[in-house]
Design a protein around this ligand. Structure first.
Ligand code: HAM
Length: 417
Protein backbone atom coordinates (compact mmCIF):
# COMPACT_ATOMS: atom_id res chain seq x y z
CA UNK A 1 0.00 0.00 0.00
CA UNK A 2 1.43 3.36 -1.02
CA UNK A 3 0.00 6.20 1.02
CA UNK A 4 -0.66 9.64 -0.35
CA UNK A 5 -1.55 12.90 1.38
CA UNK A 6 -5.30 13.67 1.25
CA UNK A 7 -6.47 15.46 -1.89
CA UNK A 8 -5.92 19.20 -2.03
CA UNK A 9 -3.68 19.73 1.00
CA UNK A 10 -0.50 21.76 0.86
CA UNK A 11 2.60 20.40 2.54
CA UNK A 12 6.13 21.69 2.90
CA UNK A 13 9.28 19.63 3.05
CA UNK A 14 12.97 20.52 2.62
CA UNK A 15 14.26 22.61 0.99
CA UNK A 16 11.03 24.55 0.26
CA UNK A 17 9.93 24.21 3.88
CA UNK A 18 12.67 26.62 4.95
CA UNK A 19 11.26 29.28 2.61
CA UNK A 20 7.84 28.67 4.15
CA UNK A 21 9.42 29.15 7.59
CA UNK A 22 11.18 32.30 6.38
CA UNK A 23 7.85 33.78 5.23
CA UNK A 24 6.29 33.15 8.66
CA UNK A 25 9.28 34.74 10.42
CA UNK A 26 9.01 37.89 8.32
CA UNK A 27 5.27 38.10 8.94
CA UNK A 28 5.78 37.69 12.68
CA UNK A 29 8.53 40.29 12.65
CA UNK A 30 6.17 42.78 10.99
CA UNK A 31 3.36 42.12 13.46
CA UNK A 32 5.70 42.31 16.47
CA UNK A 33 7.13 45.59 15.14
CA UNK A 34 3.61 47.03 15.38
CA UNK A 35 3.14 45.66 18.91
CA UNK A 36 0.78 42.76 18.08
CA UNK A 37 1.11 39.80 20.43
CA UNK A 38 0.94 36.10 19.72
CA UNK A 39 -2.31 34.19 20.20
CA UNK A 40 -2.89 30.46 19.61
CA UNK A 41 -6.49 29.29 19.41
CA UNK A 42 -7.76 25.73 18.87
CA UNK A 43 -7.78 24.15 15.41
CA UNK A 44 -11.36 22.99 16.09
CA UNK A 45 -14.23 24.85 17.70
CA UNK A 46 -17.97 24.40 18.23
CA UNK A 47 -19.64 24.44 14.82
CA UNK A 48 -22.06 27.08 16.09
CA UNK A 49 -19.23 29.62 16.52
CA UNK A 50 -18.49 29.64 12.79
CA UNK A 51 -22.14 29.38 11.74
CA UNK A 52 -22.99 32.47 13.80
CA UNK A 53 -19.70 34.31 13.33
CA UNK A 54 -18.94 33.77 9.66
CA UNK A 55 -22.60 33.74 8.56
CA UNK A 56 -25.19 30.99 7.96
CA UNK A 57 -25.55 31.82 4.27
CA UNK A 58 -21.89 32.09 3.30
CA UNK A 59 -20.26 29.52 1.02
CA UNK A 60 -17.75 28.83 3.76
CA UNK A 61 -20.46 27.77 6.23
CA UNK A 62 -22.93 26.12 3.84
CA UNK A 63 -20.51 24.19 1.65
CA UNK A 64 -16.94 24.24 2.87
CA UNK A 65 -16.72 23.33 6.53
CA UNK A 66 -15.16 20.13 7.81
CA UNK A 67 -17.76 19.32 10.44
CA UNK A 68 -18.03 16.15 12.48
CA UNK A 69 -19.51 14.83 15.65
CA UNK A 70 -16.97 14.13 18.37
CA UNK A 71 -17.15 11.19 20.75
CA UNK A 72 -19.32 13.17 23.12
CA UNK A 73 -21.88 13.88 20.40
CA UNK A 74 -20.87 17.55 20.02
CA UNK A 75 -20.74 19.16 16.60
CA UNK A 76 -17.15 20.22 15.96
CA UNK A 77 -15.68 22.08 12.97
CA UNK A 78 -12.08 22.41 11.82
CA UNK A 79 -11.50 26.18 11.71
CA UNK A 80 -12.16 27.59 8.22
CA UNK A 81 -10.84 31.02 9.29
CA UNK A 82 -9.26 32.69 12.30
CA UNK A 83 -11.31 35.71 13.31
CA UNK A 84 -14.28 33.95 14.98
CA UNK A 85 -11.98 31.87 17.20
CA UNK A 86 -9.86 34.87 18.18
CA UNK A 87 -12.93 36.92 19.13
CA UNK A 88 -14.32 33.94 21.09
CA UNK A 89 -11.04 33.70 22.98
CA UNK A 90 -10.90 37.45 23.66
CA UNK A 91 -14.42 37.36 25.14
CA UNK A 92 -13.93 34.10 27.05
CA UNK A 93 -10.63 35.20 28.58
CA UNK A 94 -11.71 38.77 29.29
CA UNK A 95 -8.97 40.40 27.19
CA UNK A 96 -11.51 43.02 26.15
CA UNK A 97 -11.71 44.17 29.78
CA UNK A 98 -8.05 45.21 29.70
CA UNK A 99 -6.04 47.60 27.58
CA UNK A 100 -7.65 48.41 24.23
CA UNK A 101 -7.16 47.77 21.41
CA UNK A 102 -6.34 44.12 21.94
CA UNK A 103 -3.74 43.50 19.20
CA UNK A 104 -2.97 39.87 18.39
CA UNK A 105 -1.44 37.78 15.60
CA UNK A 106 -1.72 34.09 14.75
CA UNK A 107 -0.63 31.61 12.13
CA UNK A 108 -1.43 28.02 11.34
CA UNK A 109 -3.53 25.64 9.26
CA UNK A 110 -7.10 26.36 8.19
CA UNK A 111 -9.57 24.05 6.47
CA UNK A 112 -12.10 24.56 3.71
CA UNK A 113 -13.58 21.80 1.55
CA UNK A 114 -13.08 23.71 -1.70
CA UNK A 115 -12.38 22.35 -5.16
CA UNK A 116 -8.58 22.18 -5.17
CA UNK A 117 -6.64 24.10 -7.79
CA UNK A 118 -3.37 26.03 -7.98
CA UNK A 119 -3.34 28.29 -4.91
CA UNK A 120 -6.54 26.85 -3.46
CA UNK A 121 -6.24 24.06 -0.96
CA UNK A 122 -8.39 22.19 1.54
CA UNK A 123 -5.79 22.67 4.22
CA UNK A 124 -3.97 25.95 3.79
CA UNK A 125 -1.94 28.26 5.98
CA UNK A 126 -2.87 31.72 7.09
CA UNK A 127 -1.11 34.39 9.04
CA UNK A 128 -3.53 36.89 10.56
CA UNK A 129 -3.76 39.86 12.85
CA UNK A 130 -6.75 41.32 14.71
CA UNK A 131 -7.06 44.68 16.49
CA UNK A 132 -10.13 44.76 18.69
CA UNK A 133 -11.88 47.39 20.74
CA UNK A 134 -11.02 50.71 19.11
CA UNK A 135 -12.82 52.32 16.19
CA UNK A 136 -10.19 54.58 14.66
CA UNK A 137 -9.47 54.99 10.93
CA UNK A 138 -5.75 55.19 11.77
CA UNK A 139 -6.01 51.62 13.05
CA UNK A 140 -7.53 50.52 9.72
CA UNK A 141 -4.50 52.03 7.98
CA UNK A 142 -2.15 50.39 10.47
CA UNK A 143 -3.61 46.94 9.77
CA UNK A 144 -3.16 47.41 6.02
CA UNK A 145 0.37 48.74 6.60
CA UNK A 146 1.40 45.63 8.56
CA UNK A 147 0.55 43.35 5.61
CA UNK A 148 2.12 45.77 3.13
CA UNK A 149 5.35 46.04 5.10
CA UNK A 150 5.54 42.27 5.47
CA UNK A 151 5.13 41.76 1.72
CA UNK A 152 7.81 44.37 1.12
CA UNK A 153 10.18 42.64 3.52
CA UNK A 154 9.63 39.48 1.53
CA UNK A 155 10.58 41.33 -1.65
CA UNK A 156 7.15 41.28 -3.30
CA UNK A 157 6.32 44.21 -5.58
CA UNK A 158 3.81 43.06 -8.19
CA UNK A 159 0.54 43.40 -6.28
CA UNK A 160 -2.24 45.92 -5.76
CA UNK A 161 -4.08 46.89 -2.63
CA UNK A 162 -7.80 47.23 -3.31
CA UNK A 163 -9.99 48.90 -0.71
CA UNK A 164 -13.68 49.61 -0.28
CA UNK A 165 -16.10 50.63 2.42
CA UNK A 166 -19.07 48.41 3.18
CA UNK A 167 -20.52 51.14 5.38
CA UNK A 168 -22.58 50.66 8.50
CA UNK A 169 -25.74 48.59 9.02
CA UNK A 170 -28.11 51.45 8.08
CA UNK A 171 -26.41 52.28 4.78
CA UNK A 172 -26.15 48.59 3.98
CA UNK A 173 -29.87 47.97 4.61
CA UNK A 174 -30.95 50.77 2.28
CA UNK A 175 -28.50 49.64 -0.38
CA UNK A 176 -29.61 46.03 0.07
CA UNK A 177 -33.22 46.82 -0.83
CA UNK A 178 -32.19 48.82 -3.85
CA UNK A 179 -29.75 46.20 -5.10
CA UNK A 180 -32.28 43.42 -4.55
CA UNK A 181 -34.97 45.11 -6.58
CA UNK A 182 -32.37 45.70 -9.34
CA UNK A 183 -31.46 41.99 -9.29
CA UNK A 184 -35.12 40.88 -9.26
CA UNK A 185 -35.70 42.92 -12.40
CA UNK A 186 -32.53 41.81 -14.18
CA UNK A 187 -33.74 38.44 -15.42
CA UNK A 188 -31.47 36.11 -13.50
CA UNK A 189 -32.00 32.38 -13.01
CA UNK A 190 -33.86 31.37 -9.84
CA UNK A 191 -30.75 30.07 -8.05
CA UNK A 192 -28.93 33.36 -8.48
CA UNK A 193 -31.96 35.28 -7.23
CA UNK A 194 -32.35 32.97 -4.23
CA UNK A 195 -28.71 33.50 -3.34
CA UNK A 196 -29.09 37.24 -3.73
CA UNK A 197 -32.12 37.26 -1.43
CA UNK A 198 -29.85 36.00 1.34
CA UNK A 199 -27.00 38.42 0.67
CA UNK A 200 -27.29 40.52 -2.50
CA UNK A 201 -23.74 41.91 -2.18
CA UNK A 202 -22.35 38.48 -3.10
CA UNK A 203 -23.45 39.03 -6.67
CA UNK A 204 -20.45 41.31 -7.13
CA UNK A 205 -18.25 38.30 -6.39
CA UNK A 206 -19.94 36.09 -9.00
CA UNK A 207 -17.26 35.04 -11.47
CA UNK A 208 -19.64 34.39 -14.41
CA UNK A 209 -19.20 36.85 -17.29
CA UNK A 210 -22.93 37.09 -18.07
CA UNK A 211 -23.68 37.97 -14.45
CA UNK A 212 -21.02 40.69 -14.41
CA UNK A 213 -22.45 42.06 -17.65
CA UNK A 214 -25.96 42.30 -16.17
CA UNK A 215 -24.85 44.05 -13.00
CA UNK A 216 -22.72 46.67 -14.76
CA UNK A 217 -25.18 49.35 -13.73
CA UNK A 218 -26.22 47.86 -10.41
CA UNK A 219 -26.43 50.32 -7.51
CA UNK A 220 -23.16 50.42 -5.55
CA UNK A 221 -22.83 50.71 -1.80
CA UNK A 222 -20.67 53.80 -2.21
CA UNK A 223 -23.77 55.73 -3.33
CA UNK A 224 -25.52 54.85 -0.06
CA UNK A 225 -22.82 55.41 2.55
CA UNK A 226 -23.87 57.49 5.55
CA UNK A 227 -21.90 60.68 6.00
CA UNK A 228 -20.13 59.15 9.01
CA UNK A 229 -19.03 56.12 6.97
CA UNK A 230 -17.87 58.40 4.17
CA UNK A 231 -15.80 60.53 6.51
CA UNK A 232 -14.20 57.46 8.09
CA UNK A 233 -13.34 56.01 4.69
CA UNK A 234 -11.79 59.34 3.62
CA UNK A 235 -9.69 59.26 6.79
CA UNK A 236 -8.50 55.73 6.10
CA UNK A 237 -7.47 56.80 2.61
CA UNK A 238 -5.66 59.92 3.77
CA UNK A 239 -3.83 57.86 6.39
CA UNK A 240 -2.70 55.45 3.67
CA UNK A 241 -1.61 58.42 1.53
CA UNK A 242 0.48 59.74 4.40
CA UNK A 243 2.11 56.33 4.77
CA UNK A 244 2.77 56.34 1.01
CA UNK A 245 0.94 53.05 0.64
CA UNK A 246 -0.58 52.91 -2.84
CA UNK A 247 -4.15 51.59 -3.12
CA UNK A 248 -7.01 51.39 -5.54
CA UNK A 249 -10.61 51.99 -4.54
CA UNK A 250 -12.68 49.08 -5.88
CA UNK A 251 -16.34 49.84 -5.25
CA UNK A 252 -17.27 46.30 -6.23
CA UNK A 253 -15.00 44.67 -3.70
CA UNK A 254 -17.02 42.42 -1.40
CA UNK A 255 -15.76 39.71 0.89
CA UNK A 256 -16.90 36.12 1.24
CA UNK A 257 -17.59 36.26 4.99
CA UNK A 258 -20.63 37.99 6.49
CA UNK A 259 -19.10 39.89 9.41
CA UNK A 260 -17.56 42.77 7.47
CA UNK A 261 -18.55 46.43 7.93
CA UNK A 262 -16.76 49.64 6.93
CA UNK A 263 -13.24 49.33 5.53
CA UNK A 264 -12.52 46.14 3.60
CA UNK A 265 -9.44 45.37 1.55
CA UNK A 266 -7.65 42.77 -0.52
CA UNK A 267 -4.06 42.43 -1.69
CA UNK A 268 -4.22 41.02 -5.20
CA UNK A 269 -1.11 39.65 -6.85
CA UNK A 270 -0.74 40.22 -10.59
CA UNK A 271 0.84 36.90 -11.52
CA UNK A 272 -1.21 34.28 -9.71
CA UNK A 273 -4.14 33.66 -12.07
CA UNK A 274 -7.52 32.74 -10.60
CA UNK A 275 -6.48 32.56 -6.92
CA UNK A 276 -4.66 35.88 -6.76
CA UNK A 277 -5.79 37.30 -3.41
CA UNK A 278 -2.80 36.96 -1.12
CA UNK A 279 -4.37 38.80 1.81
CA UNK A 280 -7.88 39.91 2.69
CA UNK A 281 -9.51 41.60 5.60
CA UNK A 282 -11.49 44.46 7.01
CA UNK A 283 -13.51 45.84 9.85
CA UNK A 284 -16.14 43.71 11.61
CA UNK A 285 -17.98 45.97 13.97
CA UNK A 286 -20.91 43.73 15.01
CA UNK A 287 -19.04 40.44 15.36
CA UNK A 288 -18.12 40.60 19.00
CA UNK A 289 -21.72 41.32 20.00
CA UNK A 290 -22.99 38.53 17.75
CA UNK A 291 -20.68 36.16 19.60
CA UNK A 292 -22.01 37.23 23.00
CA UNK A 293 -19.46 39.90 23.92
CA UNK A 294 -19.50 43.64 24.35
CA UNK A 295 -20.38 45.89 21.42
CA UNK A 296 -16.76 46.51 20.46
CA UNK A 297 -15.37 47.11 16.99
CA UNK A 298 -12.56 45.16 15.37
CA UNK A 299 -10.40 44.98 12.27
CA UNK A 300 -7.89 42.50 10.92
CA UNK A 301 -6.60 40.50 7.99
CA UNK A 302 -5.91 36.92 6.97
CA UNK A 303 -2.90 36.42 4.74
CA UNK A 304 -2.48 33.28 2.65
CA UNK A 305 1.00 31.92 3.32
CA UNK A 306 0.79 29.32 0.54
CA UNK A 307 -0.17 31.97 -2.02
CA UNK A 308 2.50 34.34 -0.72
CA UNK A 309 5.13 31.70 -1.41
CA UNK A 310 3.70 31.13 -4.91
CA UNK A 311 3.73 34.91 -5.47
CA UNK A 312 7.40 35.11 -4.44
CA UNK A 313 8.25 32.29 -6.81
CA UNK A 314 6.29 33.97 -9.63
CA UNK A 315 8.32 37.16 -9.10
CA UNK A 316 11.54 35.15 -9.28
CA UNK A 317 12.57 36.14 -5.75
CA UNK A 318 15.60 34.08 -4.91
CA UNK A 319 14.69 31.75 -2.10
CA UNK A 320 17.87 30.43 -0.61
CA UNK A 321 17.95 27.26 1.41
CA UNK A 322 18.58 28.63 4.88
CA UNK A 323 19.90 25.44 6.39
CA UNK A 324 23.70 25.22 6.84
CA UNK A 325 26.04 23.12 8.93
CA UNK A 326 29.06 24.67 10.70
CA UNK A 327 30.83 21.40 11.22
CA UNK A 328 30.24 17.95 9.80
CA UNK A 329 32.12 15.20 11.55
CA UNK A 330 32.98 12.10 9.54
CA UNK A 331 34.18 9.17 11.68
CA UNK A 332 36.12 6.56 9.72
CA UNK A 333 36.95 4.02 12.46
CA UNK A 334 34.86 2.24 15.06
CA UNK A 335 36.47 4.12 17.97
CA UNK A 336 35.91 7.42 16.17
CA UNK A 337 32.25 6.51 15.69
CA UNK A 338 31.84 6.24 19.44
CA UNK A 339 33.25 9.73 19.89
CA UNK A 340 31.78 11.61 16.92
CA UNK A 341 28.33 12.25 18.34
CA UNK A 342 29.79 13.38 21.67
CA UNK A 343 31.99 15.90 19.86
CA UNK A 344 29.06 17.10 17.76
CA UNK A 345 26.89 17.60 20.84
CA UNK A 346 29.72 19.62 22.44
CA UNK A 347 29.85 21.83 19.37
CA UNK A 348 26.05 22.30 19.57
CA UNK A 349 26.38 23.26 23.24
CA UNK A 350 28.89 25.86 22.09
CA UNK A 351 26.31 27.34 19.73
CA UNK A 352 27.31 25.71 16.43
CA UNK A 353 25.27 23.69 13.98
CA UNK A 354 26.95 20.29 14.00
CA UNK A 355 26.12 17.02 12.32
CA UNK A 356 27.69 13.58 12.05
CA UNK A 357 28.03 11.18 9.12
CA UNK A 358 25.93 8.43 10.64
CA UNK A 359 25.93 4.87 9.29
CA UNK A 360 28.55 3.41 7.03
CA UNK A 361 28.70 5.58 3.95
CA UNK A 362 32.48 5.63 3.74
CA UNK A 363 34.64 8.73 3.32
CA UNK A 364 33.68 9.43 -0.30
CA UNK A 365 29.95 9.13 0.28
CA UNK A 366 30.17 11.28 3.40
CA UNK A 367 32.14 14.03 1.63
CA UNK A 368 29.44 14.09 -1.05
CA UNK A 369 26.80 14.49 1.66
CA UNK A 370 28.80 17.36 3.20
CA UNK A 371 28.90 19.09 -0.17
CA UNK A 372 25.15 18.85 -0.59
CA UNK A 373 24.45 20.20 2.90
CA UNK A 374 26.10 23.61 2.65
CA UNK A 375 28.73 22.64 5.23
CA UNK A 376 31.35 25.17 6.35
CA UNK A 377 33.86 22.70 7.82
CA UNK A 378 34.44 18.98 7.69
CA UNK A 379 36.41 17.07 10.28
CA UNK A 380 37.50 13.55 9.32
CA UNK A 381 38.05 11.52 12.47
CA UNK A 382 40.16 8.35 12.31
CA UNK A 383 42.39 6.45 14.72
CA UNK A 384 45.40 8.71 13.88
CA UNK A 385 43.48 11.81 14.94
CA UNK A 386 42.28 10.16 18.12
CA UNK A 387 45.75 9.06 19.18
CA UNK A 388 47.41 12.40 18.37
CA UNK A 389 44.49 14.45 19.81
CA UNK A 390 44.51 16.75 16.81
CA UNK A 391 42.75 16.83 13.46
CA UNK A 392 42.32 18.91 10.33
CA UNK A 393 39.28 21.09 9.75
CA UNK A 394 38.67 21.35 6.03
CA UNK A 395 36.95 24.53 4.88
CA UNK A 396 34.60 23.45 2.11
CA UNK A 397 34.48 26.78 0.28
CA UNK A 398 38.16 26.76 -0.70
CA UNK A 399 39.59 23.47 0.57
CA UNK A 400 41.91 25.19 3.06
CA UNK A 401 42.78 23.07 6.10
CA UNK A 402 43.25 24.18 9.70
CA UNK A 403 45.01 22.05 12.26
CA UNK A 404 42.96 21.89 15.45
CA UNK A 405 43.16 20.32 18.89
CA UNK A 406 40.23 17.93 19.41
CA UNK A 407 39.87 18.74 23.09
CA UNK A 408 39.37 22.44 22.40
CA UNK A 409 37.40 22.06 19.17
CA UNK A 410 34.67 24.54 20.18
CA UNK A 411 37.21 27.31 20.88
CA UNK A 412 39.07 26.53 17.67
CA UNK A 413 35.82 26.78 15.71
CA UNK A 414 35.03 30.07 17.41
CA UNK A 415 38.39 31.42 16.35
CA UNK A 416 38.03 30.60 12.66
CA UNK A 417 34.29 30.90 12.00
P1 HAM B 1 -10.39 35.14 3.66
O1 HAM B 1 -10.41 36.17 2.59
O2 HAM B 1 -11.44 34.10 3.60
O3 HAM B 1 -10.47 35.93 5.02
O4 HAM B 1 -8.98 34.44 3.68
C1 HAM B 1 -7.80 35.19 3.81
C2 HAM B 1 -6.73 34.69 2.86
O5 HAM B 1 -6.49 33.30 3.08
C3 HAM B 1 -7.11 34.75 1.40
O6 HAM B 1 -6.87 36.06 0.89
C4 HAM B 1 -6.16 33.73 0.79
O7 HAM B 1 -4.87 34.30 0.60
C5 HAM B 1 -6.08 32.68 1.87
N1 HAM B 1 -6.98 31.56 1.56
C6 HAM B 1 -8.30 31.47 1.80
N2 HAM B 1 -8.79 30.28 1.38
C7 HAM B 1 -7.74 29.60 0.86
C8 HAM B 1 -7.59 28.29 0.26
N3 HAM B 1 -8.60 27.45 0.14
N4 HAM B 1 -6.34 27.93 -0.17
C9 HAM B 1 -5.29 28.77 -0.03
N5 HAM B 1 -5.38 29.99 0.53
C10 HAM B 1 -6.59 30.41 0.98
C11 HAM B 1 -10.47 35.35 6.25
O8 HAM B 1 -10.25 34.21 6.46
C12 HAM B 1 -10.67 36.36 7.36
N6 HAM B 1 -10.67 35.66 8.65
C13 HAM B 1 -9.60 37.43 7.32
C14 HAM B 1 -9.79 38.47 8.37
C15 HAM B 1 -9.15 38.54 9.56
N7 HAM B 1 -10.65 39.47 8.32
C16 HAM B 1 -10.57 40.17 9.42
N8 HAM B 1 -9.67 39.61 10.20
Amino acid sequence: MKYQAPKGVSEYFPPRSSWFEHVIWKLEESALAANYRFIETPIFEDTELFARGVGETTDVVTKEMYTFEDRGGRSITLRPEGTAGVIRSIIENGLDRGQLPVKVFYSGPFFRAERPQAGRYRQFFQFGIEAVGVDDPALDAEVISVAHLAFQKLGLTDYQIQINSLGDKESRNIHREDLLSFIRKANFDQETIDRAEKNPLRIFDDKRGEVQEKIKNAPLLSQFLSSESKIKFEQVKSNLDKLQIPYLVNERLVRGLDYYTGTTFEFVHNRLGAQATICGGGRYDGLMETLGGQALSGIGFGLGIDRTLLAMESEGIELKDRQYVDIYIIPISDTAKNLALEMAVNCRRGGFVADVAFGNRGLKGSMKAADKMATHFVLVLGDDELSSGSGRLKRMSDGEEFSVSLTSLVDELRAIL
